[in-house]
Design a protein around this ligand. Structure first.
Ligand SMILES: *[C@@H]1O[C@H](CO)[C@@H](O)[C@H](O)[C@H]1NC(C)=O
Ligand SMILES: *[C@@H]1O[C@H](CO)[C@@H](O)[C@H](O)[C@H]1NC(C)=O
Length: 261
């Protein structure tokens, strides 16, 4: 190992001797290797940190003079700028809103307001597309992204143009105690009948049963009366009719008598 080390030494010394004058000149005007330094007045001077701008460059005797950015201004890099950059405006009239207000070291960031998305074509915010009937908007809705429309699955429908609404489930007629009158489609809801099929049939007997009982009672009373009458008539039928006639005549006679008087 020793032999190896010693061999390049003479060559290295010779190189140093050659570079010696160059080294002197480099010390006079040193290269600004760091991106946080700049070269001026034969010196390597410090750049300004983010949030500050270069008010005065360095001189042979003084350092850089950096000053803070004003309100609504920023610089996000180590710089030698003579002024800060102005924050951009998130124009609500162009459907823009600030998602990050920014500060002296970071730019303000704008995004399109809800219901709009950024379009590269016009470099502006465009209104999100509406899904046609039969289609629903995919959720969760992505801010600053155009609507993704999906066809409604079986059992779901959408009957409107909407950029936000999902497909809605069909109405369950069974739960409402109704029957399905019309099937649902991807564009229309199920139509339930307004009648109550499972409750009306038991309702009918409830209504008719009392009247039926009364009718049966009436008929049985009439039959019993008829039977009694027949039995009675057979025993003393003629006497009864005679009595009846007598009573009728008497009643009529009284009535006519009253009229005559
Ligand atoms: C400026 O905003 C940036 C990005 O939001 C953040 O990282 C940084 O800490 C903020 N600086 C100050 C001084 O508030
Ligand atoms: C309606 O709801 C009932 C009870 O939750 C369920 O059993 C039935 O499958 C549903 N019908 C439809 C058409 O979704």
């Amino acid at each position: 190992p020793r032999a190896r080390r010693r061999r390049p030494l003479p060559a290295l010394l010779a190189l140093c001797a050659l570079l010696a004058p160059l080294q002197v000149s480099l010390q006079v005007a040193p290269p600004c290797a760091s991106d946080r330094h700049y070269e001026h007045a034969g010196r390597c001077c410090r750049k300004c940190e983010p949030g500050k701008y270069l008010s005065s460059k360095c001189t042979t005797t003084t350092d850089s003079v950096c000053l803070s950015c004003g309100p609504d201004e920023y610089l996000d890099t180590w710089n030698e700028e003579d002024k800060c950059l102005l924050h951009k405006v998130c124009d609500t009239g162009k459907a823009l809103v600030a998602v990050d207000p920014g500060n002296s070291t970071a730019p303000r960031r704008c995004a399109c307001t809800a219901g709009y998305h950024w379009s590269q074509d016009c470099e502006c915010c465009r209104r999100n597309a509406e899904c046609a009937p039969g289609f629903g908007a995919q959720h969760p809705l992505q801010l600053n992204k155009d609507t993704v429309c999906k066809p409604c699955q079986a059992g779901y429908f959408s009957d409107t143009f909407s950029a936000m609404d999902r497909c809605k489930p069909w109405t369950n007629c069974t739960i409402l105690g109704k029957i399905e009158e019309r099937h649902g489609t991807e564009k229309s809801d199920v139509v339930c009948s307004s009648s109550l099929p499972s409750r009306k049939p038991p309702n009918e007997p409830e209504v008719y049963l009392p009247s039926l009982i009364i009718l049966l009672l009436f008929i049985s009373v009439a039959i019993v009366a008829a039977v009694i009458f027949v039995v009675y008539y057979r025993k003393q039928g003629k006497a009864l009719t005679a009595n009846l006639w007598h009573w009728v005549n008497e009643a009529c006679g009284r009535l006519s008598g009253n009229k005559e008087m």
